[in-house]
Design a protein around this ligand. Structure first.
Ligand code: S3P
Length: 165
């Protein structure tokens, strides 16, 4: 888990490969179920619809897949009782922590695909992300492992996670 663009999918995929486990990306799972992109779901049905779906799919995925690495959406742990569900059903939860400037750089490059930031002007991104992350940190921080990913490549992050499991 972690903020948008923190590397959840990339790190999760490599971690799963290293562990010989399956890998599921919750956003991909939702897109397959709905046969629509996350962007389209937000545009057509709105965020509340997406959050309900995300909540249902999170429990389903965790119940149906006892041995896997799951990459959540950036907001997944922060809505309803999702974080409680994660703590109850997953053996480990990992928060990929990144400094705000690194998140801003990454998000600015792919803003268009991200429904929550696509209408934010580039100049306003640092403030938006700073505030948004501040609201989410209390949830992310409940993860059983907090990994500082600032300036680190994917392989280094994965090794650090493996050491902790
Ligand atoms: C969201 C993050 C996205 C996706 C949706 C909402 C969020 O996932 O679930 O756009 O609330 O932070 P990524 O973090 O994988 O981009």
């Amino acid at each position: 888990m972690g903020y948008m663009a923190s590397g959840k999918s990339t790190v999760g995929k490599l971690l799963a490969r290293q562990l010989g486990a399956g890998f599921i990306d919750l956003d991909d799972y939702i897109e397959k179920q709905e046969k629509k992109s996350i962007k389209t779901i937000f545009l057509e049905k709105g965020e509340i619809y997406f959050r309900k779906l995300e909540h249902q799919m999170l429990s389903r995925v965790l119940d149906e897949n006892p041995s896997m690495v799951l990459s959540t959406g950036g907001g997944t742990p922060c809505y309803g009782n999702n974080m409680q569900t994660i703590l109850e059903k997953a053996d480990h939860s990992v928060y990929l922590q990144l400094p705000i400037p690194e998140l801003v750089d990454r998000i600015a490059k792919e803003k268009e695909q991200r429904p929550l930031v696509r209408n934010i002007a580039d100049a306003d991104l640092p403030e938006f992300i700073g505030k948004h992350l501040f609201e989410r940190i209390p949830y992310y921080s409940l993860a059983t492992h907090v990994v500082d990913c600032g300036g680190k490549d994917v392989e280094t992050v994965v090794k650090e996670i493996e050491k902790r499991l």
